[in-house]
Design a protein around this ligand. Structure first.
Ligand SMILES: Nc1nc2c(c(=O)[nH]1)N[C@@H](CN(C=O)c1ccc(C(=O)N[C@@H](CCC(=O)O)C(=O)O)cc1)CN2
Ligand SMILES: NCC(=O)N[C@@H]1O[C@H](COP(=O)([O-])[O-])[C@@H](O)[C@H]1O
Length: 205
């Protein structure tokens, strides 16, 4: 069984999609904990409703980003994780933290990277006039939203789209590609070569 720890900051719908997929598809994995940097994250109650241990490590209670990351790392490591999943986790992580989980930390970003790194991606997509938008699952590296891309989903940008309608269309796709990507990791199907990710079928030979 692989241990997964999921970090959230808000609603946690991606976390829930992963939790449900893991249970319904009987993954050889356990969601060991859900941790939020925000005490008011609705996703904490959602996780608890599935019987998953939840914790808050509030970034506001630490003097530096490094101190927060250290406390977060200690809590995560208490579950001996095979994989750390960032699911709407809204803190930029320090290089030391990212290095500690190199190759075993994923993120979902609400744009077609490398376009629109950072925050407010849907507003920026609308303001820029792009005709397609989407989401990206990637390995997390120290450089924000620049890690090796695992998978992407594309959605159309419609004439009458608002930030909310576009976000909802992207989120619907996130709930499909993120559980699939996490499952591929758990099954050992993700190989990184020269900064590019290949999803390979397991070699039973
Ligand atoms: N070192 C890395 N840290 C994080 C990555 C990454 O790729 N490398 N991915 C992000 C997730 N993310 C976009 O997908 C993201 C999260 C947070 C921010 C940001 O500007 N955060 C602010 C606070 C914002 C807030 O609290 O509302 C900050 O940390 O000062 C940008 C992009 C997760 N971390
Ligand atoms: N930069 C990180 C970021 O913006 N992540 C985005 O926050 C939303 C969280 O939704 P959720 O809490 O319902 O999963 C998702 O759209 C995710 O891509």
């Amino acid at each position: 069984m692989k241990n997964i720890v999921i970090l959230i900051s808000g609603t946690g719908s991606n976390m829930e999609a992963i939790v449900r997929a893991a249970a319904n598809e009987r993954w050889p994995a356990t969601i060991a904990a859900v941790i939020s940097n925000r005490r008011d994250a609705p996703g904490l109650k959602t996780a608890a409703s599935y019987g998953i241990p939840t914790f808050v490590i509030s970034h506001q209670e630490f003097p530096t980003r490094e101190a927060f990351d250290q406390a977060l790392q200690e809590k995560i490591d208490s579950f001996v994780p095979d994989l750390v999943v960032l699911a709407g986790f809204l803190r930029i992580l320090t290089a030391g933290f990212v290095e500690h989980y190199a190759g075993r930390m994923l993120n979902i970003h609400p744009s077609l990277l490398p376009s629109f790194t950072g925050l407010n991606t849907h507003r920026r997509a609308l303001d820029t006039g792009v005709k397609v938008h989407g989401a990206t699952v990637h390995f997390v590296t120290a450089e924000l939203d620049h890690g090796p891309i695992i998978s992407q989903a594309v959605v159309p940008v419609l004439e009458n789209d608002t930030e909310e309608t576009l976000a909802a269309r992207v989120l619907q796709q996130e709930h499909i590609i993120y559980p699939h990507a996490v499952h591929c990791f758990i099954e050992g199907k993700l190989k990184i070569e020269n900064g590019r990710v290949h999803i390979v079928e397991k070699d039973y030979s």
